[in-house]
Design a binder for this molecule. Structure first.
Ligand SMILES: NC(=O)c1ccc[n+]([C@@H]2O[C@H](COP(=O)([O-])OP(=O)(O)OC[C@H]3O[C@@H](n4cnc5c(N)ncnc54)[C@H](O)[C@@H]3O)[C@@H](O)[C@H]2O)c1
Length: 434
């Protein structure tokens, strides 16, 4: 199968491109490296030292003999995107190429507008390019569980059958997104559904949960293939962040009560879910929705799991409750269906202590690259304008005894970072109260 991976230089896209290539599919990547530029803009860097994409692709070819084609460009530019579709003639397009951080979209007006233009226009261009040049191609689009919000009823997979005034219909499940980023995904979903209806395109909208982990079998083949591992307050996802915080003795940054419950999955399941979707395409005119996650956890559940795993490794892990910079329910009902991918053959990798150990080991291995200044949240949902990160002189990471056997090495309650955390915490509290 010929699969084009849009956004293949990113976290999910890179792991997916290698996985599909290893399984014998012809793979092409399209990316404009925007994600690397957002790191520069925010003054942050991935924990893991990722190589330039061309180096990674050469290493992949040397190790496996497989070639992954590369198209460098912006999917919001129609000429570029349509030339990729015409030149590569994919059977499936996996679309990851979006701005995916909720906090980034909430920085200010400019970032909200950028997020929605980048995401909505890119997807709209893709729908037109498929209609014009490859109408039988299957669109596999990454959406998010965050499109649904946290309703007080069970969340279905995309559609819900309701009875109203004695009549019955199956309609798209109501969406209550929690940021301008999540709203961009809802707009995408509507555009995709409409294009399937009017043009007979085939699409699968993968409403993905929060992804954790960094290693897949393919990425593990060489240090040069290493994937991104974001832990900063804007792009870092919660479990990856907690593991890095635990590894350097920084109190875990739980927002509010920590009862926020979401769906989660291992990156090894992300790549498999995408393959399953590609191998089982939607019918012409069909817009399917799969909820792509394997387990539900609250933020506080995760904090306690990381605390326990850290203690087993000899780390003392503190949990800090910060004022929630987001506008969201801190405690709520949450029960989301997620059976369609399992029915198609997904065998989930569930979160276990050993996975947490290995995540913390990754964090320890690269701890010299950890910048504690990017742990505290700086983007307040209530403000229309948030200050961009001020580059502070980088505090040295506390001297963590490199070996995990050293009890209390990095987890001292009164280490230097604690002071930093407390200052930033009262600063944040002040802003939220204003
Ligand atoms: N990471 C998660 O936990 C998670 C959870 C749910 C959904 N998703 C979705 O999965 C997708 C991938 O997420 P990720 O974590 O890999 O993000 P990422 O930021 O690591 O990767 C996105 C890639 O797309 C590229 N890109 C962005 N805009 C582009 C454009 N206009 N033209 C060309 N390339 C562009 C970036 O350069 C980057 O390489 C996103 O759509 C995201 O919404 C991710």
């Amino acid at each position: 199968m010929r699969v084009a991976v849009l956004g293949g230089d990113g976290y999910c896209g890179w792991a997916t491109a290698l996985y599909l290539s290893k399984r014998g599919h012809s793979v092409a990547i399209a990316d404009n490296f925007a994600r690397r530029q957002w790191d520069h803009e925010l003054g942050v860097q991935t924990l893991t030292p990722i190589r330039p994409l061309s180096d990674r692709l050469n290493v992949w070819q040397d190790l496996t003999g497989e070639t992954i084609e590369l198209f460098v460009g912006d999917v919001t530019e129609y000429d570029f995107l349509s030339s990729v579709i015409q030149g590569f003639e994919p059977d499936a397009v996996v679309h990851f190429a979006e701005q995916r951080a909720a906090p980034y979209s909430m920085i200010d007006r400019k970032h909200a507008v950028f997020t929605q233009v980048n995401n909505v226009v890119g997807t709209l261009n893709l729908l037109f390019a498929l209609r014009e040049f490859q109408p039988d191609c299957h669109l596999v689009k990454l959406g998010t569980m965050g499109e649904y919000g946290t309703p007080n009823i069970d969340i279905e997979e995309g559609y819900i059958t309701i009875e109203h005034n004695g009549r019955r219909d199956t309609v798209p499940y109501p969406k209550q997104p929690g940021s301008f980023y999540h709203l961009s995904k809802v707009h995408d979903s509507h555009n995709i559904m409409f294009a399937c209806k009017v043009w007979g395109l085939r699409a699968t909208d993968l409403n993905q949960g929060v992804v954790y982990g960094t290693t897949t079998d393919e990425v593990a083949l060489s240090e040069a293939l290493i994937n991104r591992f974001d832990y900063d307050d804007v792009f870092g996802t919660v479990l990856n962040r907690f593991c890095v915080q635990a590894a350097i003795g920084y109190p875990l940054t739980v927002y509010g009560k920590g009862g926020q419950t979401r769906g989660f999955l291992d990156i090894r399941d992300t790549v498999r879910c995408v393959e399953i979707a590609c191998l089982n395409p939607a019918a012409r005119g069909e817009c399917r929705v799969f909820n792509q996650f394997t387990e539900q956890f609250s933020v506080l559940d995760l904090a306690h799991m990381v605390q326990t795993a850290g203690e087993k490794l000899g780390l003392t892990v503190e949990v800090d409750h910060l004022p929630d910079p987001r506008v969201e329910a801190e405690e709520h009902y949450y029960n989301a269906k997620h059976s369609k991918l399992i029915e198609l053959g997904l065998e989930p990798h569930l979160l276990s202590d050993s996975l947490l150990d290995s995540l913390m080991n990754v964090a320890l291995k690269y701890r010299d690259r950890v910048d504690p200044a990017v742990m505290m949240p700086r983007i307040n949902w209530r403000q229309p304008r948030n200050e961009r990160r001020v580059q502070t002189s980088r505090e040295p990471v506390p001297v963590v005894e490199a070996s995990l056997q050293v009890v209390g090495g990095s987890g001292r309650k009164d280490n230097g970072n604690r002071g930093n955390s407390s200052n930033a915490r009262s600063d944040l509290k002040g802003k939220l109260e204003r």
